[in-house]
Design a protein around this ligand. Structure first.
Ligand code: NAP
Length: 291
């Protein structure tokens, strides 16, 4: 069994980007600029945005963090996004989800200009991805592709089972694994909460991507020997032994599943850091697209 070390691979990606940014600076070219909007003070969202901003600084990007109160109106938020849309210096815009209930997430997603949509959630980006056209892939699925590529995992002709069909993870990774490219060319089955015989389907999988948000859902009896398992899940569960009061759990019962796998991602340190690396790659691409 080999661990797919997202921390390591994301560092490789970041080092590469850092080198490219240094070169751009030397040549007097524009440095990538990511603008992040954080609404309210959800603990997990704070952590995610903080690590995105920190990663930008690490590799020499400019980042702007815009913090807005939880009770900001939808109109005010859309106005702010439009300001960033119009700001030539800003290459990529991300609005950290989830948003407070009174704001329509879809409206927010569709307000970001598609050419600054580094999270890859805009319907134009998704449509282009489905049609195999150049675009920004959503960061988490893109991060998973980078990980599979780094470890040279064979995907062509493999049966990939994706657990979950959300717009940000399950559905896009199912499309990307099915595309006619590498990593891709898998035969993909997408499972959700209405799927029958989920365990039997998982047992047929060469590759499993677990993105349900159900801690330790995937157990050893659901995984065939030699499978590749990608654990996307991140759930905070109460743990009084920790200083923070919680522990992070993936969707895979790691200790019992790992010995059966050829490759597996840990949580934390697997898909999470790769999501940030992919976001940084998208932002670099957005910067270049202006030239
Ligand atoms: P989501 O929007 O809640 O979607 C969960 C999906 O899982 C849904 O499609 C749901 O089915 C399915 N599902 C839930 N319970 C199920 C069950 N018992 N059997 C079969 N299917 C079930 O979640 P998400 O946004 O995709 O996130 C999934 C997990 O990934 C979360 O833990 C999240 O925190 C984590 N995440 C991690 C990263 C990262 O960077 N590592 C990024 C994004 C998300 P229905 O469609 O039928 O409801």
């Amino acid at each position: 069994m080999q661990i797919m070390d997202g921390k390591h691979v994301s560092q490789v990606v970041k080092n590469d980007l850092k080198g490219k940014v240094e070169l751009r600076k030397k040549n007097g070219l524009k440095v990538p600029h990511l603008a992040a909007i954080l609404v309210g003070n959800n603990g997990a969202s704070e952590t995610y945005v903080a690590s995105k901003v920190k990663s930008c600084a690490e590799i020499g990007y400019i980042s702007t963090l815009i913090r807005l109160d939880a009770d900001i109106s939808e109109a005010e938020l859309l106005f702010k996004i439009n300001e960033l849309n119009e700001d030539f210096d800003v290459d990529g815009i991300l609005v950290q989800l989830p948003l407070p209930k009174h704001i329509a997430e879809q409206k927010v997603i569709e307000t970001i200009f598609a050419d600054k949509d580094v999270d890859g959630f805009h319907p134009e980006s998704v449509g282009r991805m489905v049609q195999g056209l150049p675009t920004y892939y959503p960061a988490t699925p893109f991060g998973i592709l980078l990980l599979l590529e780094h470890y040279k995992i064979e995907t062509a002709g493999k049966h990939a089972v994706v657990l979950g069909r959300s717009n940000i993870v399950g559905r896009p990774i199912s499309i990307l694994l099915n595309r006619n490219s590498y990593p891709g060319n898998c035969t993909v089955t997408v499972c959700h909460s209405h799927t029958h015989n989920l365990k039997d389907i998982c047992l047929q999988a060469d590759i499993i991507v677990a993105a349900l948000g159900r801690p330790e859902f995937l157990t050893a009896d659901m995984v065939k020997d030699g499978a590749v398992v990608v654990d996307v899940g991140i759930t905070r569960v109460e743990d009084k032994s920790k200083k923070s009061g919680f522990a992070i759990k993936g969707d895979v019962k790691y200790d019992e599943v790992a010995p059966k796998c050829s490759f597996i991602t840990p949580v934390p340190g697997g898909v999470g850091p790769m999501t940030i690396a992919a976001l940084l790659m998208n932002t670099y691409k957005a910067c270049l697209a202006k030239e």
